[in-house]
Design a protein around this ligand. Structure first.
Ligand code: HEC
Length: 117
């Protein structure tokens, strides 16, 4: 099984184990499976891949940086990848892994991490 399918299976397992969570819980599960290896378990940009990357993953808990992005910006970069907003291709595109609804839920999740304190 490829890494990609492994991720999908892990997400499916997480979602099935928490069927009543709704979209906030789903977004947290998606973030944990797809995003934390680069962005870190707490979203601070210190994922296990980060030390090996030439461009550092965004710190999603930084309200100063994240506060300057619109929801549309965040949606676009998650869906189409870093290249879509003239950033690093090291930020992957997720359009083939996620529905628009899931991406919107992730945008809300990012807002909670950066800006709701
Ligand atoms: C393979 C590593 C990697 C993974 C996995 C990854 N990212 Fe990123 N991400 C990056 C890097 C690197 C950047 C910084 C790009 C830059 O500044 O040029 C970034 C930047 C971002 C940004 C900020 C763009 C901006 O405006 O500065 C957002 C939002 C983001 N990622 C969301 C996510 C979400 C949500 C996921 C999971 C679905 C995810 N990323 C998974 C590497 C990754």
């Amino acid at each position: 099984m490829g890494l990609h399918n492994l991720y999908r299976a892990a997400v499916a397992a997480l979602l099935m184990s928490a069927p009543l969570l709704g979209s906030a819980g789903e977004a947290a599960a998606l973030y944990e499976v797809y995003c934390t290896q680069c962005h870190g378990v707490s979203g601070d940009g210190n994922g296990i891949n980060a030390p090996h990357m030439s461009v550092q993953p965004r710190d999603h808990t930084d309200p100063t940086e994240m506060g300057t992005r619109t929801d549309d910006d965040l949606f676009k970069v998650i869906k189409h990848g870093g290249k879509a907003i003239n950033k690093s291709v090291l930020m992957p595109a997720w359009e083939h892994n996620m529905t628009d609804e899931q991406i919107h839920a992730l945008v809300d999740h990012l807002r909670e991490m950066c800006c709701s304190k």
